[in-house]
Design a protein around this ligand. Structure first.
Ligand SMILES: [Mn+2]
Length: 269
């Protein structure tokens, strides 16, 4: 029995098919949460990675099964493919096992706000460089440390000044930050241009809830590092959830969903 009730839940960047997905966390989240609408905002299945070795344990299967189970029990499930599952874009505007596949969607909150929903690789021009930095990533870090020591030995011998790895990383962290900000601005700009009150997207694995240029910018984050989601309660308030950090607190405060007037009308009819 689910404990947490939301009007809508938005998740993305699950990357099923890779070894990186926190399947157990996600499965726990899906089991504890009940919602009227579930939006999957892309990179749910990592079809890119399938080419270099598919990793599909029972847990990945369970995640898919649970999502389809929700769809069969009355949750409206919408799936907006991202760039890692872009093969599914060919199936846009079809319904698969109760899951509505669409290129983008519009969500109306309980308090009447219009939100644009998409994956977000549409704004890749703004983050192209940070992707490259991302690829450089943690594996290169250890190697850099070794090279830095070796390099400074030779620089000293040649009478050159010391070169700082810490400074190099700081500089690149600043650049990565700047690219994330460009992405957020590009997303907010698109929502504003099209007359929306806000945008919910994913793609950059950087969960957020902020106002950018007068537009509510929400990013669902990911389930490979952060285990985050956006959820709308029955009053229309939107919340950024970091599941591992907030799980206990959310479950201890959980209360049943409000009775909906339209449902009461249906029952009376
Ligand atoms: Mn993506």
């Amino acid at each position: 029995m689910s404990a947490l009730h939301y009007r809508a839940v938005f998740i993305s960047d699950i990357h099923l098919g890779t070894r990186d997905t926190h399947c157990e966390q996600l499965l726990d989240f899906l089991q504890q949460v009940q919602c009227e609408q579930l939006y999957l905002l892309g990179d749910v299945i990592d079809i890119w990675k399938a080419k270099s070795g598919w990793h599909w344990p029972m847990q990945s299967h369970n995640v898919m099964h649970h999502i389809l189970d929700k769809a069969s029990r009355g949750t409206q499930v919408s799936y907006i493919p991202g760039n890692h599952d872009e093969a599914l874009r060919a199936y846009a505007n079809t319904i698969f096992e109760g899951v509505n596949i669409v290129m983008e969607a519009e969500h109306h909150t309980a308090d009447g706000k219009r939100l644009l929903l998409l994956h977000g690789d549409e704004f890749d021009n703004a983050v192209r460089h940070s992707k490259m930095l991302h690829a450089l990533g943690s594996h290169a870090y250890d190697l850099l440390l070794v090279l830095n020591r070796w390099q400074n030995y030779w620089r000293r011998r040649m009478g050159m000044p010391h070169w700082s790895l810490a400074g190099f990383i700081k500089q690149h962290a600043r650049q990565a930050r700047a690219h994330i900000e460009s992405y957020e601005q590009a997303a907010a700009h698109e929502a504003k241009r099209r007359g929306y009150d806000g945008i919910v997207c994913g793609h950059i694995h950087q969960a957020a809830d902020k106002t950018v240029d007068g537009i509510r910018y929400l990013n669902t984050g990911d389930w490979v590092e952060n285990c985050t989601a956006i959820a709308e309660d029955f009053s229309g308030q939107l919340h950024l959830i970091c599941w591992p950090r907030q799980r206990e607190a959310l479950l201890s405060e959980a209360c049943p969903p409000p009775l909906r007037v339209d449902r009461l009308k249906d029952m009376a009819a």
